[in-house]
Ligand binder design. Structure first.
Ligand code: UDX
Length: 460
């Protein structure tokens, strides 16, 4: 391993960067000689601070938008440029690393970059796809293509059929990853990309697929894609805050947003298990009307809350300021960004109201924090179903036909999850149980730990 150089490439989304960076740390911990972490040139300019670790290096490739992607750019053009310019600049990066005496021995890529496997194959470099979505969502994609005999026609408006995976409840259209639904605006861009990912994996065991999950968390979905030779190595979350001796680890992660410093003290002043932590990840943009309903739901619930509102997470800075002004510190605190694992491991946290992005979902499992799910798009609907019906560590909030979540429903869900009723007790018991199981998987001798080591041993 000490002579192995891993190149990790990912798109500059927080949900992509976090698991890839944690994988980089695991590789260094396992003795890799060199790990180079690369994202797009514009993505690198967004990084708040680069964690420094021995043997860890940074590099970039271009997606064709070095000044940043504008909301008005056409998604098809973005993906076409990413493939065209990305292929070219990734090849240049591989050649220049080789020229400077650091040839890459293994390439690991994430979602949206399936063409990286083709480049690696052409250059005789083995590669792996790190799936940053839940394996259940990935398995539903796999079923979607099986149902269509591997052929996707963008004029095909059939909704995906309900899918039953042995051992799991039925997945209906409301639980499917949104990009598989015919009326989803991203379907025609994303479905061909998933198809490319799956086709590359079906060819042979190079590339293989590394899953950000563990055997026990998504056993059924892992079984369903067994012919892709999946390797569960997660949860890839930052464990620094779970280890009391390590909570000042400066290499915890890479942030694309500036963190607030004020929340730690505020959390310290709150009783154990009393605070509702609210965050909808790094991408979701909530409407004004929805933000107002959330504020009303949270304030009427009489529990303190810490709410992450990213600057312009609602596309409307002035409005966000107004929301901030309405909240007094006795009741709640609004911050632009935080260290989520630090917050989730704080003893004052009693519930995580969230969108069920896969990283946040895994982080809730790994810290044993019960969930109120308000999924927005992508795999979030699938993950919310798993939270409510499989792990039973939370509830999925009911929304109106137009997708709006009412203040009363927020209050109802929080009472259910944090209150004294039987369901709340069961949820909190389950959350504790899953915390134990997920940690066991990544600790020395656990299934994910062993899977990662077996994968590394096979690398020549
Ligand atoms: C995206 C998709 O939206 C999601 O559906 C998919 O599963 C992964 O990619 P995102 O929306 O950003 O991700 O959500 P999530 O997967 O939860 O990732 C967000 C990450 O940001 C988490 O690791 C979380 O810990 C971190 N975060 C969030 C912070 O560190 N601080 C914050 O204030 C908020």
């Amino acid at each position: 391993m000490e002579n192995k150089h891993f190149l990790l490439i990912c798109m500059p989304g927080q949900g992509h960067i976090n698991p890839m960076f944690q994988l980089g740390k695991c590789l260094i911990h396992a003795g890799a000689g060199r790990v180079t972490f690369a994202t797009t040139a514009h993505g690198l300019t967004q990084v708040e601070a680069f964690p420094s670790l021995e043997n860890l290096h940074y590099a970039s490739f271009s997606d064709g938008f070095d000044d940043g992607i504008k909301p008005t750019n056409d998604p098809h053009r973005i993906m076409a440029e990413l493939k065209r310019v990305g292929s070219q600049t990734l090849t240049e990066l591989l050649l220049s690393l080789s020229k400077e005496g650091n040839p890459v021995s293994y390439l690991i890529y994430t979602l949206l970059l399936p063409w990286a496997a083709d480049i690696a194959r052409d250059m005789s470099i083995p590669s792996a796809f790190l799936c940053i979505l839940s394996t259940t969502a990935f398995a539903l994609c796999y079923c979607f293509f099986e149902e269509r005999d591997g052929v996707y026609d963008s004029n095909d408006n059939r909704p995906p059929s309900s899918i039953e995976m042995p051992g799991l409840p039925l997945f209906t259209s409301k639980d499917m990853p949104s990009f598989l639904l015919p009326n989803d605006p991203h379907a025609s861009t994303l479905i061909p990309i998933f198809q490319h990912h799956i086709q590359a994996l079906e060819k042979d065991s190079n590339p293989c697929v590394l899953l950000n999950t563990s055997d026990c968390v998504e056993e059924e979905a892992i079984r369903l894609i067994s012919n892709l030779n999946p390797i569960p190595i997660g949860p890839l979350v930052s464990y620094a805050f779970l280890d009391e001796n390590n909570s000042t680890d400066s290499s915890c992660g890479i942030d694309l947003f500036e963190k607030s410093a004020e929340y730690s003290q505020w959390l310290n002043s709150k009783p154990e298990g009393s605070v509702v932590y609210v965050s909808f990840g790094s991408l979701a943009v909530l409407q004004r009307n929805q933000m107002e309903k959330i504020l009303l739901g949270l304030t009427s619930n009489c529990r303190p809350f810490l709410w992450v509102i990213r600057p312009s997470g609602s596309n409307d800075r002035e409005f966000e300021e107004k929301i901030r002004d309405k909240v007094n510190e006795e009741v709640g605190l609004i911050v632009p960004w935080c260290s989520q694992m630090e917050v989730l491991t704080h003893e004052s946290i009693g519930c995580f109201m969230m969108h069920c992005g896969w990283n946040s979902t895994l982080e809730s499992l790994a810290t044993g924090v019960p969930v109120v799910g308000f999924p927005q798009f992508s795999d979030q609907t699938t993950n919310a179903k798993m939270v409510e019906e499989v792990w039973r560590t939370g509830v999925r909030a009911r929304v109106n036909e137009d997708g709006t979540l009412e203040a009363e429903e927020i209050a109802r869900c929080l009472d259910m999850v944090m209150g004294g009723g039987q369901r709340g007790e069961e949820i909190r018991r389950n959350a504790k149980k899953w915390k134990g199981l997920t940690l066991e998987a990544v600790m020395e001798g656990g299934s994910s730990y062993n899977n990662l080591n077996a994968f590394l041993e096979k690398i020549e």
